[in-house]
Design a protein around this ligand. Structure first.
Ligand SMILES: [Zn+2]
Length: 179
């Protein structure tokens, strides 16, 4: 999909909202690894010598503006995975590798304080995963609601419906507010 098509279909793009310091430290020429088919996951694991724990490997992921899954080492920033660009969703993804040809997604979340995507971005993630032909959960297995504190600019994760900034105790907006 092109950006014009994203606009036409009212698909929300998320721009980077994390620290400038992190942004300045990344090499924008480098992005993560595009996963277009299941075998791309195997190649990524081998090329980057990923360590499997309980037959699983966790990665950082983003969905790029062209509706493609892009992954990178779990210790890297989402903005690096995206090459500094806007995303359609972002978070953490865990692949369960039972055999080389039997790979599924056992966990996936929208945990990205660099982009703070809404839980609702799942519907686009799901379409991308379905195109790859991999098994995946019905929804984010862990979904976060992010809010920006308008007083101290801290990025907050809403827990137990408490809309109070964890840094300055200011009241947080009821709606997503990073635009
Ligand atoms: Zn605050």
């Amino acid at each position: 999909m092109t950006n014009l098509e994203n606009q036409k279909e009212n698909i929300q793009l998320y721009s980077y909202v994390g620290s400038q310091e992190i942004f300045d430290a990344i090499d924008l020429k480098f992005t993560g690894y595009k996963i277009l088919k299941i075998n791309d996951i195997v190649s990524w694991i081998e090329k980057t010598s990923q360590e499997l724990i309980n037959d699983s490997v966790i990665a950082t992921f983003i969905i790029n503006e062209n509706h493609q899954l892009v992954i990178n080492d779990r210790h890297s920033e989402h903005v690096q995975c995206a090459g500094g660009k806007n995303v359609i969703s972002a978070g953490e993804i865990s692949f369960l590798i039972e055999k080389k040809d039997k790979i599924s997604i056992n966990e996936i979340s929208n945990q990205s304080t660099g982009y703070c995507p809404k839980p609702e971005s799942w519907k686009y993630v799901e379409k991308v995963l379905s195109k790859i032909g991999i098994e995946y959960p019905n929804d984010f297995t862990l979904a976060f609601d992010f809010r920006l504190c308008t007083n101290c600019q801290a990025i907050n994760l809403i827990k137990e419906d408490i809309f109070e900034c964890q840094v300055c105790a200011n009241n947080l907006d009821s709606e997503w507010n990073f635009d």
